[in-house]
Design a protein around this ligand. Structure first.
Ligand SMILES: [Fe+2]
Length: 271
């Protein structure tokens, strides 16, 4: 499903992965208020619900914000009443075991009205902003849960770009999410912009998460500070003590195996 938002004036707030982290979403709302950005100018790349402790309140706040949300694999799976998050992790892998915990908590909390809202989230969004046309997707077009990293081969970006243009015609820039790492990759056709996620730090050893502000044709990626201790406590209250709760405090993911070898903390530390 494609949704065209027409022309959007003024600065846009771009964010991905609220991940059931209510405190992070509250911090985003404060930033939007401070910058005078309304819901029409807020774009979320999906995965409203995931690892953290407040799935239903986070969905409620995202819906209330008026942000346009591109469906993530988490929305798709919950809308379908599926049994897991749809990342396709191998059975028995760290991600597989960890996601079993949060997905069942989320699935128990999210009611039919929120599932119906998720089912109505578009897979592909487009808009025009200050003379350029942008497309927004979750992971990839070929696979909603495709992990595209800053180090991914250029041909992969080009392949996904071509699939977007096949569906909606030429675009100048692409905004995407899913991988959890913020980055901007300059390609021949334009920029691939991943503004990162607000619900989990980008595996860099610090607690702040990320969001982006698009204005004047440029995207700046900013650090988001929020009440980490409250988010951590909410996870423990929900029984989510399998590993992701430590990531909020330590800034490192418990599931490093999802990252390509060159992006793992152990290899970054070796330089
Ligand atoms: Fe995702």
């Amino acid at each position: 499903m494609h949704r065209d938002l027409g022309v959007i004036d003024g600065a846009l707030l771009l964010f991905g992965g609220p991940y059931s982290n209510l405190q992070a979403m509250q911090a985003v709302m404060e930033i939007a208020r401070d910058l005078g950005i309304s819901g029409r100018n807020m774009i979320c790349t999906g995965d409203v619900v995931a690892y953290a402790g407040d799935p239903a309140p986070t969905v409620a706040l995202v819906r209330e914000s008026g942000a346009t949300v591109v469906a993530g694999n988490c929305e798709k799976q919950l809308a379908q009443g599926a049994l897991d998050c749809g990342c396709g992790f191998e059975e028995g892998s760290a991600c597989d075991l960890l996601s079993a915990g949060w997905y069942s908590v989320a699935s128990a909390q999210i009611g039919p009205a929120d599932r119906a809202w998720m089912a109505g989230c578009p897979d592909l969004v487009s808009f025009r902003h200050q003379g350029a046309r942008y497309a927004v997707i979750h992971g990839g077009v070929s696979d909603i849960a495709r992990f595209i990293w800053p180090s991914t081969a250029r041909t992969v970006f080009e392949q996904e770009w071509a699939l977007i243009e096949e569906r909606i015609g030429p675009v100048d820039h692409v905004i995407a999410g899913h991988s959890g790492l913020p980055f901007i990759r300059q390609l021949g056709a334009g920029r691939w912009i991943n503004p990162g996620v607000i619900g989990m730090p980008p595996h860099d050893g610090a607690q702040q998460t990320r969001y982006g502000v698009l204005d004047g044709g440029e995207v700046l990626i900013h650090r988001l500070s929020y009440d980490v201790e409250a988010a951590h406590a909410a996870m423990l209250r929900a029984g989510l003590n399998q590993g992701y709760h430590t990531a909020l405090r330590s800034g490192y993911w418990p599931s490093e195996e999802v990252l390509p070898a060159e992006l793992r903390a152990s290899s970054l530390a070796r330089g």
